[in-house]
Structures are given as structure tokens and as C-alpha cells.
Design a binder for this molecule. Structure first.
Ligand code: DC
Length: 228
């Protein structure tokens, strides 16, 4: 069966990573969490004390960073930065607070977009992010844009943070989600928006399994059709 490129975009808390991971596992595809790559660059910048407004230094840092993504048996993805596992560190509030600024830097985006395109070129990939269907894989076979109400996204974010041992108030998380939405949607380069040919799915009242089932149906339709 033809190995497709599946692009899953959407804002923080829309359920992208849970859905993309399960989907990749069912299809036997590679799962690629592109947000983790932006987070890895951000973590490195914070550790090295690079100012977040120094675009040149951030671009250089992205160029020199060795990011490896390794699939786990549970379908998850372990992230290594310059040889060190940083999977949990990438989810820290300090990284959440800084990542959308780092993701606005053209030199950083250029580096990461190129790597993502190379990883997706052969197909058989489920990639989640903000600009996969619009910029990274504009010819993806299946494009999905996930949304959810703000309240639901805050609830999911709080749960994820709690599971990782970070205790934040709902209001703090709400502010962080709103700020990140704004920064991701309003940036000049590769802003968060659905591709014209994306299927928009509101996940507020759906379980991950229900969302996965809908996307599988789109994949099967595509595989049964005339192809790309
Ligand atoms: O999906 P996430 O929350 O882990 O993403 C972290 C940040 O990275 C997000 O706020 C914006 C940025 N990002 C991006 O600009 N482009 C992508 N393809 C993925 C993430």
C-alpha cells in the first residue's frame, strides 16, 4: 500500500501529539513531533544563555544543534539534544514560555524545516506541528487541522503538566496558551493556520480514538483513490 505523508497541525492542546502518535502506530508510520525540535533549540538557548532576541546567535545555535528523534516501543518519541536525552526537560514551563519566540526566528525555522522535509520525503510519516500542511509538506497526501475550545485545551495542558510534576494554576496555563496562540498565529513566517485543503476537526467533544478513526478513514480514502 502506498506510504503517505500525513500532516497534523493545530494549536497547543488541540490533541495533535496524542492523535499523531496513535495514528503512526496504527499505520506503522514514523511519528515526528516537530514542536519537540523547536523546544530542543529553545532548551539549548536557555542553557547557553543566548538572548531570545539575538536572531543571529539563535540561528547559529540551531545550525550546530544535534537533534535526534528516536521512536519508542509505545509509539512515543524520545528526543536527544547533542547526545543527551531531554524528552522531559523539553516540557518545562521555562521552555513553554520561550519556545514561540525562538520559533519566530527565520534562521531557526529554515534549519528545522529542511530537516523535517528530509525526514518526511520518503512518505510513511505522520508529522505534527503548526506549519506542516502549509510549509513543511505542502503536498502532503492527508492534511488535518485540529482545534478545540480554549477551556478544553487548558484542561488538557494542565493534565499534561501535572503528570510531569509541574503544578500550575488554571489561570496561568490559560494565559500561556492564549499567548502562544497569539504568537504562533501572528508571526510573519509560517504562521499557524489551516492549509486550504486541510480537514478541520474540532476535538473538544471527541476522544483521541474517535479523532484517530476519522483520520484513518481519510487515509484509507486516499489510499483507495487515484493517489497523489
Ligand atoms: O506543539 P508544541 O507545543 O510542542 O510546539 C512548541 C512551539 O513550537 C509552538 O508554540 C510553536 C513552535 N512550532 C512551530 O513554530 N512550528 C512547528 N511545526 C511546530 C512547533
Amino acid at each position: 500500500m502506498k506510504k503517505l505523508q500525513v500532516a497534523i497541525d493545530g494549536p497547543a492542546g488541540s490533541g495533535k501529539s496524542t492523535v499523531a502518535r496513535q495514528l503512526a502506530q496504527i499505520l506503522g508510520y514514523l511519528y515526528l513531533d516537530t514542536g519537540a525540535m523547536y523546544r530542543a533549540i529553545t532548551l539549548k538557548a536557555l542553557r547557553c544563555g543566548v538572548p531570545l532576541d539575538d536572531e543571529e546567535a539563535l540561528s547559529r545555535l540551531a545550525q550546530g544543534a544535534r537533534i535526534e528523534l528516536k521512536s519508542r516501543p509505545d509509539g512515543g518519541q524520545a528526543v536527544f539534544l547533542d547526545g543527551e536525552e531531554v524528552t522531559s526537560a523539553l516540557r518545562a514551563p521555562a521552555v513553554n514560555a520561550a519556545v514561540s519566540r525562538v520559533a519566530q526566528v527565520p534562521g531557526v525555522r529554515r534549519q528545522l524545516t529542511r530537516r523535517q522535509q528530509a525526514l518526511g520525503a520518503a512518505g510513511g510519516v505522520v508529522m505534527d506541528g503548526r506549519d506542516i500542511g502549509t510549509v513543511v509538506l505542502p503536498a502532503a497526501d492527508v492534511k488535518v487541522f485540529l482545534t478545540a475550545s480554549l477551556g478544553e485545551r487548558v484542561k488538557r495542558r494542565l493534565k499534561e503538566l501535572g503528570e510531569r510534576g509541574f503544578q500550575l494554576t488554571p489561570e496561568a496555563v490559560r494565559q500561556e496558551v492564549l499567548r502562544r496562540d497569539r504568537e504562533d498565529e501572528q508571526r510573519a513566517l509560517a504562521p499557524l493556520r489551516p492549509a486550504p485543503d486541510a480537514h478541520i476537526i474540532d476535538t473538544s467533544d471527541l476522544t483521541p480514538a474517535e479523532v484517530v478513526a476519522r483520520i484513518i478513514a481519510l487515509v484509507r480514502q486516499r489510499q483507495g483513490g487515484a493517489g497523489r
